[in-house]
Design a protein around this ligand. Structure first.
Ligand code: SF4
Length: 290
């Protein structure tokens, strides 16, 4: 398979998927905490290269029934290009049951409800939407490219098209000052979006990012471990009626949660309380990673 660029990332749940790189980089590429594609100019790969990868997958990936379309932002491609791509996947890899990708709010808003439904019909299954925060001042500061209202309408559009919606949020992204406001607003936004899956990550400052430079200059301070646990608790508190999977099992987190809401809501809060009381071993700093 042809993989271009310095980093090729995928969600943890796509570990067993065929990774087909369709674009390189991210069309937005302005988020101040994200260093993944900072050195890349966003581009669509040549059709012949993608076609050759599909031929390779048709020959050697017959046991993998999911495919993840990399890099950061395949959904931003024109509808005709996506229709051709999904049709080619169905034709070449008929055993593939699910086609999944990352998206941002702008990419979702670039599609009409009918277009999203058409993509669903052609095999698109799961959309991973980076929400990060529901707190508008934080979303503006980190240059997410969308406010909370935009993230809400994007998330709902994905759900209304019948697609599986997985969202990620980031503990620590608002810094110490706006920590609690970020957690409360993010909990409210998650409850309103009602995604199928919530993935919680904890900010790790990467040296090639503007946020790292802010931290070095004293303009940004991460909450401490206790502050991050309090954020987690506040985010979870309003999710009493949510029906979704919730995971904080990414290695960036100090505390692992993995369960279903609303079933495990009380147990998750109790676990956070135990962590706050110092009764649980948290992931050590040396074992945290992106
Ligand atoms: S939209 Fe996603 S991939 Fe693009 S810069 Fe922001 S966090 Fe990184």
């Amino acid at each position: 398979m042809d993989y271009q660029g310095a980093h090729l990332i995928r969600p943890p749940s796509e570990a067993d998927s065929i990774i087909l790189q369709v674009t390189v980089g991210c069309s937005h590429n302005h988020c101040t905490f994200c260093g993944t594609y900072k050195e890349e100019r966003f581009r669509l790969k040549e059709e012949a290269v993608i076609a050759a990868d599909l031929e390779f997958a048709a020959r050697y990936c017959r046991r993998q029934n999911r495919i993840f379309l990399a890099d950061g932002d395949v959904l931003i491609l024109p509808q005709a290009r996506l229709v051709a791509l999904l049709t080619a996947i169905r034709g070449k890899l008929p055993w593939v049951r699910r086609v999944n990708l990352y998206a941002n709010a702008k990419a979702v808003h670039s599609k009409t409800p009918a277009q999203l439904a058409e993509l669903k019909e052609l095999g698109l299954d799961r959309v991973y939407l980076g929400v990060e925060s529901g707190h508008n001042p934080t979303l503006a500061t980190i240059r997410k490219g969308s406010d909370a209202a935009g993230l809400l309408t994007a998330g709902r559009a994905v759900r209304e098209a019948g697609l599986f919606l997985s969202v990620t949020v980031l503990l620590g992204i608002a810094g110490r000052e706006d920590s609690l406001a970020h957690a409360e607003a993010t909990g409210r936004l998650l409850a309103a979006i009602a995604p199928n899956q919530i993935g919680i990550l904890t900010l790790i400052l990467l040296p090639n990012t503007p946020l790292f430079a802010d931290a070095q200059a004293g303009r940004f301070t991460m909450p401490d471990q206790r502050g991050l646990l309090e954020e987690l608790r506040l985010m979870l508190a309003p999710l009493t009626a949510s029906r979704c999977q919730l995971q904080s099992n990414h290695p960036s987190n100090y505390l692992t949660l993995d369960g279903r809401l609303p079933r495990d809501h009380a147990a998750m809060l109790a676990l956070i309380d135990q962590a706050l009381a110092g009764q649980i071993n948290l992931r050590s700093e040396t074992h945290r990673a992106l």
